[in-house]
Design a protein. Structure first.
Length: 199
């Protein structure tokens, strides 16, 4: 891993990394908040202060991959994530191709991640709203595995809003480390390498 140090890079923000989740203490540690957890991990590694409230979210800035990156956790609740992401993109004039979205994926087991250069929403409501409001599906993304429902009749909303088991949290912790490294590669323009290493 080759994190770029804790100092802020000079110049304006030229890349956005948004992790998706739901605000509020009751949602902390739930499967749907894996994206928040990934951004928190990255902020911790980079020494970014995630306390500034703007763009309908919680933000911090850091130097990463040779540029200046905005870290963003939308506070709009998952299904309206696009409001926050679009506002930040508009302010900094950052295109979808330079806006990385990190979110949970029930089709991957805990500990696994999947890097994609672009694509559909895959049935994820947060991603669906981002694509809808921006009019683009060209967002690079990192999907973090949170595991499938225990049985087909299990309510999906109840599942994604449930807490991780201790065993799953241990697997997720390893995935968060990989997601941080993959994010830096994507910021550097090395998405293919990130896909080869971490998919």
């Amino acid at each position: 891993m080759f994190f770029s140090g804790r100092q802020a890079a000079p110049g304006p923000v030229d890349f956005i990394i948004a992790g998706l989740g739901n605000p509020g203490r009751e949602y902390e540690g739930t499967r749907h908040n894996a994206g928040f957890m990934a951004v928190d991990r990255l902020a911790q590694k980079m020494g970014a202060d995630m306390r500034r409230i703007r763009f309908k979210g919680v933000t911090g800035e850091c130097a990463l991959g040779g540029g200046r990156v905005l870290l963003l956790k939308p506070s709009t609740f998952m299904n309206l994530s696009g409001q926050s992401v679009r506002e930040a993109m508009g302010f900094y004039k950052v295109p979808p191709e330079r806006t990385l979205i990190i979110f949970d994926d029930i089709n991957l087991p805990p500990g696994k991640l999947r890097v994609r250069r672009k694509g559909s929403d895959g049935g994820h409501n947060g991603m669906k709203n981002i694509i809808y409001l921006s009019g683009s599906d060209q967002f690079p993304r990192i999907k973090l595995g949170v595991g499938q429902k225990p049985h087909p009749d299990f309510n999906l909303a109840d599942w994604v809003l449930s807490k991780f088991s201790d065993a799953d949290l241990k697997e997720l912790d390893a995935a968060l480390e990989k997601a941080s490294a993959a994010a830096e590669l994507i910021v550097r323009g090395e998405t293919d390498r990130a896909m080869n290493l971490y998919n």
